[in-house]
Design a protein around this ligand. Structure first.
Ligand code: SAM
Length: 249
């Protein structure tokens, strides 16, 4: 796919332009440009923290997190690595080795987020970005969101995958309930789907930080800003799509 944004970081641009599409995985390349840019906005604003992904599979969406690390930051990968076969961990490690320099900056927990040890291990870090893409049952997503919220730094962003995915039509309800209970969190952005597997993602963050991210993302991806914002209660939320040109308005 063409660049929708040129990262200031050459390794990120190279990965997203040349390598990402060759990896097996579910996240769309356009969503990974937006995630990478969000991480860069944080770095430009002096936000420091670790990054994590729950459900890394073969590393396609984890590699941009790893490539975005600043000095002293760690990328944490959580996955039982049992699906579709036990060799998936080896493929994850090969991909990470090939596409990112991870020495001393990568922590892999081969476990499910439902493991009682998970929340203890996860809470040992303070994160600036957490990508949730593990078990898509309502109970596990609700639990992953709670654990993530407990370890997120103030300026941090949580990205939730497979929102509005036809296989999980009501999973969005869990996010809605989370936002009602944790009313210091707000929807920041809806990243539209690229295809059936490359489904939509939601970005959420704490209330006081929406405006800054919203402005920076609109400025970074002017061609992707949908004509209308998403309506979330009384709020208008940024909607980024690669499909606007399919709609005659
Ligand atoms: C959809 S795949 C992730 C795809 C990857 N993020 C990408 O975009 O290429 C889901 C992954 O979540 C893992 N998984 C499932 N349940 C999990 C859980 N409870 N905790 C952590 N990982 C889980 C699976 O093993 C699988 O590798």
């Amino acid at each position: 796919m063409n660049a929708i944004y040129h990262s200031a970081d050459e390794s990120i641009s190279k990965y997203l332009l040349e390598q990402c599409e060759l990896l097996k995985g579910m996240s769309s390349t356009s969503s990974l440009w937006i995630i990478s840019r969000t991480l860069q906005i944080q770095a430009e604003s002096g936000v420091h923290g670790d990054v994590a992904e729950i459900g890394v599979y073969e590393g396609k969406s984890f590699i941009p997190l790893l490539l975005s690390l600043a000095k002293g930051e760690t990328a944490v990968a959580i996955d039982p690595f049992s699906w579709p076969d036990p060799e998936v961990r080896q493929r994850f490690e090969e991909n990470v080795r090939k596409h990112a320099k991870a020495e001393g900056r990568l922590l892999v927990h081969q476990m499910s987020s439902t493991d009682p040890k998970f929340s203890i291990e996860f809470a040992k870090h303070s994160y600036r970005f957490i990508h949730i893409d593990g078990d898509h049952s309502p109970e596990v997503l609700a639990s992953d969101l709670r654990v993530a919220a407990g370890a997120l730094c103030d300026e941090g962003v949580i990205c939730i995958d497979d929102m509005l995915h036809p296989e999980f039509p009501f999973l969005v309800q869990v996010v809605h309930e989370f936002l009602q209970e944790f009313d210091n969190y707000r929807m920041l952005c809806v990243i539209d789907r690229e295809g059936f597997v490359g489904a939509a993602k939601f970005l959420i963050c704490k209330k006081g930080y929406v405006e800054e991210y919203d402005g920076a993302l609109r400025e970074s991806f002017p061609e992707l800003v949908f004509t209308y914002d998403a309506k979330v209660g009384a709020e208008k939320v940024l909607l980024l799509t690669t499909h606007e040109n399919m709609i005659e308005l």
